[in-house]
Design a protein around this ligand. Structure first.
Ligand code: NAD
Length: 440
């Protein structure tokens, strides 16, 4: 099939590349000229395991193309995906300006029958707005061209995006057109090798499914963090409680790790957007509001432990920081707990030595560009030089089993604040460390 993907970020670039991998002709579009130029030169603007090789292979095979010209990309396409950002607006709702700008461009330029797929995470009712926007442009042009708007929310996880896309748990398609259902099924059927995981429904339910999924996962995280905070106060160990409850199949082990709070480009904004959607429709979503409040507080739990140990005024102290990205396997720092902790430490007069295998450039250029007391290091052990204590915030593999003797020798004080409970099994307390974790 001939496909266009509008927006070449984490979702657009991965989806487009995976569709190309299955033999489709895919053109990825972005308004960011710099991004497209890089992609044309074979430089991948984001870090995602396995993506670079797959992009290069499909470009070489003439299955994957890049352009800034939307009209050119959709001229031969049967299906166009909208995969632009839907960031949090000032009032917490999803900002639809990019999605609707793309819809307008599609209406202005389309020349033949087209399926328009909302892959971006969008509030319920957005497909109607996309449809109206396209129709209005066609009316202005005096054109009568058939098109179908479909909702196909994306569930990939950054850090495992290629795998998630190539072997999806499910593909949700919301549509009111049999033609669109058939075409979408043809497009996705190569991704189901064992059995069909194609779930069809009406458009609004598909749009809601994405928000419900992300909010459910965020709820599990906030629930466990709340349990961890109670554990700390009653002398229980959240690591053991996690195993105790996860063994119940109805609960499961995933997403119940106590930690420094959820971040990333999706959970914070989608939880907030769903709360706003409820509010706009006359319903106060108390549980969702609490999920958010627990997470906001959780992002500072490690900073609070540091203050409890070192005092309110941290002037003269330096903290080594392992991990800036919001999770391992990505360079994405959107809403990462590291942003909040570095700012809090800096506000209290402390300095930070930071290292992350992939996110240092993001941090320097965007998320902590105003931080004055942060020094970026080239390795995890360089971070320790001159530092009073170590903080772990992202559980990258290279941090999981470090040389604790080296840590002890390098740090001024043998103190570790573990925001991901990675070193729980190492009996650090018996080995001369002061070890602070979440929920114990
Ligand atoms: P992103 O910011 O990485 O990429 C969006 C891209 O769209 C940018 O490159 C931007 O330049 C481009 N863009 C903006 N306006 C454009 C226009 N008019 N024409 C062409 N390109 C344009 O965003 P992302 O993380 O890929 O997320 C995209 C959507 O997918 C969001 O709604 C997000 O909530 C959803 N989503 C994201 C993830 C994830 O893990 N990142 C997972 C599932 C769903």
């Amino acid at each position: 099939m001939n496909i266009a993907v509008i927006g070449s970020g984490y979702v657009g670039l991965v989806s487009g590349t995976c569709f190309a991998e299955m033999g489709n002709k895919v053109t990825c579009v972005d308004i960011d000229q710099n991004k497209i130029q890089k992609l044309e030169q074979g430089i991948i603007p984001i870090f995602e395991p396995g993506l670079e090789q797959m992009v290069l292979k499909n470009v070489k095979n003439n299955n994957l193309f890049f352009t800034t010209q939307l009209g050119e990309a959709i001229s031969d396409a049967e299906i166009v995906f909208i995969a632009v950002g839907t960031p949090m607006g000032d009032d917490g709702s999803a900002d639809l300006q990019y999605v609707l700008a793309v819809a307008k461009s599609i209406g202005e330029t389309m020349g033949k029958r087209l399926i328009v797929v909302d892959k971006s995470t969008v509030p319920i009712g957005t497909a109607d707005k996309v449809k109206a926007t396209i129709q209005s442009e066609l009316d202005k042009r005096g054109e009568n061209i058939e098109f179908h708007v479909v909702s196909n929310p994306e569930f990939l996880k950054e850090g495992a995006a290629i795998d998630d896309f190539m072997k999806p748990d499910r593909v949700v398609i919301g549509s009111d057109s049999d033609y669109a259902f058939d075409k979408m099924k043809q497009l996705y059927s190569p991704f189901f090798r064992t059995h069909d995981r194609f779930i069809t429904m009406d458009i609004r339910s598909a749009e809601m499914t994405k928000y419900a999924a992300n909010t459910m996962l965020a709820t599990k995280i906030s629930f466990m963090n709340e349990i961890a905070n109670i554990c700390e106060r009653v002398g229980a160990d959240a690591n053991k409680v996690r195993i105790g409850i996860g063994s119940d199949k109805r609960i499961g082990y995933s997403f119940i790790y106590p930690g420094a709070g959820y971040g990333g480009s999706c959970f914070p904004k989608d939880v907030k957007a769903l709360k706003k959607i409820a509010e706009e429709n006359g319903y106060k979503a108390n549980l969702i509001e609490s999920v958010e409040n627990v997470n906001d507080a959780q992002k500072l739990v490690i900073a609070n432990k540091i203050v409890k140990r070192f005092g309110e005024d941290l002037t003269g102290f330096t903290f080594g920081l392992w991990g800036l990205a919001f999770k391992p396997g990505t360079d994405d720092m959107r809403e990462a707990p590291a942003i909040y902790i570095v700012k809090e430490l800096e506000k209290r007069g402390a300095k930070v030595n930071a290292y992350d295998p992939k996110a240092i450039e993001e941090s320097k250029e965007f998320y902590l560009k105003d931080a004055k007391n942060i020094k970026y290091c080239n390795s995890k052990y360089e971070v320790l030089q001159g530092a009073d204590a170590l903080i772990l915030l992202t559980e990258w593999k290279e941090f999981r089993s470090p040389d604790f003797e080296e840590i002890k020798t390098q740090l001024k004080l043998p103190i570790i604040f573990d925001g991901r409970n990675q070193y729980n099994a190492f009996n650090l307390g018996d080995n001369g460390f002061e070890y602070f974790q979440i929920g114990k």
